[in-house]
Design a protein around this ligand. Sequence first.
Ligand SMILES: *[C@@H]1O[C@H](CO)[C@@H](O)[C@H](O)[C@H]1NC(C)=O
Ligand SMILES: *[C@@H]1O[C@H](CO)[C@@H](O)[C@H](O)[C@H]1NC(C)=O
Ligand SMILES: *[C@@H]1O[C@H](CO)[C@@H](O)[C@H](O)[C@H]1NC(C)=O
Ligand SMILES: CC(=O)N[C@H]1CO[C@H](CO)[C@@H](O)[C@@H]1O
Ligand SMILES: [Ca+2]
Ligand SMILES: [Ca+2]
Length: 637
Amino acid sequence: MKLPTVLIVLFLLGCTSAKDFAWNEWWKNTIIYQIYPRSFQDSDDDGVGDLQGITSRLSHFRDINVGCIWISPIFQSPFADFGYDVSDFTAIDPLFGTMEDFEELLATAKNLGIRVILDFVPNHSSDKHMWFNESAESRNYANAYRDYYMWQDPRAGCQLENPEECYPNNWVSVFGGPMWEWNENRQQFYLHQFLKEQPDLNLRNPIVQQNMKDAVAFWMEKGIDGYRLDAIYHSFEVPSLEDEPENPDYVKPINQTQEQYDSLIHTKTTRLPEVHTMLRDWRKTIFEPNSVESQDRYMFMVTEAYDPPEDLVEYYGTDEEAEADFPFNFQLISFLTEENLSGQTVYDLVNPVFVHLPEGRWPNWVVGNHDNFRISDRLGAKYVRAINTLNLLLPGTATTYYGEELGMENIYVSYEDTQDPFAKNNPCCWEEYTRDPERSPMQWDGQEKNAGFSNADETWLPVNENYQDGINVAEQKSDSSSTLNHYATLASMRTTTSAFQTNHLTYAMVDEDIFAFFRFPDEEDASDAVYLVAINFGDGPVTRNFVTAAENNGVDLPETGDIRISTGMDKNDQSADLTDLTLASGEALVIEVEASKLVEPTATLTPTPTPDGASQLGLSALLLVTSLVLFFSVRLF
Ligand SMILES: *[C@@H]1O[C@H](CO)[C@@H](O)[C@H](O)[C@H]1NC(C)=O
Ligand SMILES: *[C@@H]1O[C@H](CO)[C@@H](O)[C@H](O)[C@H]1NC(C)=O
Ligand SMILES: *[C@@H]1O[C@H](CO)[C@@H](O)[C@H](O)[C@H]1NC(C)=O
Ligand SMILES: CC(=O)N[C@H]1CO[C@H](CO)[C@@H](O)[C@@H]1O
Ligand SMILES: [Ca+2]
Ligand SMILES: [Ca+2]
């Protein structure tokens, strides 16, 4: 090969190379796409989505460059809480199909190179589970299932006609009402953190633990790639059963008859240290690589816990004792609203994640799920593409809830038609609690009945009418400027470009409107391209000088760059004047730049943005004072 050819090849590689992740790091480079199975695709026209339906739609993930699907519960269930009440942890519910259907789904996914992870629900079973039935039979020690659940005697001396007097303590269930339910047969209460149809398993019982591990192993042997562990912080309660303290900020809604979860502070029933002991044990005994035959089967593990970043890091475990690969990070779901959306707010939510991220660990982002309104309805339709950009181009693994790649919107469901037990249990405030609006069927096609989701006359939740107005896969696929194509282009960039495969970022500019950051490749890929991602979260157009702002953040930035992806897909491959760059409201630009760092940030940490240079002055002053103090303390010795 002649030298110039080599150079050209190297140059091309330099621009587009991807990192080589190790076999046990496949989850770093991917997007996790959450499928709510009732709502994705119906194959037998009963109005409810199913496994054959999902299998028939798997090529969608190739089209949009998604490498991993997470399927919400498909296990046998009486559906008191839509599958989060499991009556057999190793069976597929007939509503979704058969075990053969699941095996076919897995095989098809594998052929397409798509990973599959399942939801695991360890905090409770259904009250229709055989274990509960056996456990309720008697409290005789001869009963092998005696201690599978959290049984408790009534308070001494109370009158059973007034169960309120007899509850073992003041605990309130997540869905409202006491956490205790009376069982006639056993003449005892049982504990349920969620619905009374969801008795909590006694996870302190080693036999129960072993049963849960066996269930996990069962699905691993089928060939899944990992698990999401649901609501894990509800797993344990204090054995002393002490009352929980009242929440001083709680305001009782008018007409609310039963106690609400928010009325107490949950110091005795959530986040107990035993959770971590259990996770470490699970990682060691069932998730460890040496428990599966082949090395390309690393079992990925993610936990769900709504904690602030400083507490969330505990779920990573330690170097010696690993726990989850990461805990889902809900910062951008829980704390971003239409009212406070701004460049500064996004920074305030993103930065703590990096401040608290333990060395060598991997960040992640979740911008939608089955428990929260859709992006369009939380923040406004014009920010959907900006949020998708943030989700896919911030460092770490991205999680997308089905339909967000199209900009799907909430549906309205009246109280009479409500399906969600959380809403039905709280009639006073059902509109605040209902999760039906974000669970409407996936919109595949603008012409077909029910958007191509099902041929049934009635679907379990109504299809959003806007599938006829362009919010559907078929039309967006053929429109190069669509939300779907924008998403697929971002997703492709993640998988092909080393700069988007690191766990660090450098801020470029943060103010009321703009949140902008650089993605530099890791040092060993230093010749690869650098990107500037600039997003306008304000409600009007703004023009900014990114060159000066970058300099304030320790980055030397030339005056022009090449736009690679624009939210409207209309500016792709145009050149950008970085001293005078205008962004429309909701616009996000991904710009390839020849930037270089003037100042190395410490480790993976990034310099705090200093839009006006003032705080940088403050920092220098602080450093000077510190040096003087150090100097004089050294002198004293
Ligand atoms: C166990 O299940 C059987 C059959 O459904 C039922 O008749 C029986 O009452 C159940 N036992 C208890 C204690 O709930
Ligand atoms: C409370 O209930 C009463 C009687 O059902 C009803 O008239 C009233 O409108 C309710 N108040 C609220 C705020 O819902
Ligand atoms: C944005 O507003 C919501 C609702 O008031 C609040 O819960 C959240 O903490 C706010 N976010 C930030 C970053 O202040
Ligand atoms: C650990 C666990 O099972 N969490 C689940 C408990 O039950 C509620 C209600 O069904 C679910 O929403 C949680 O996700
Ligand atoms: Ca079906
Ligand atoms: Ca529990």
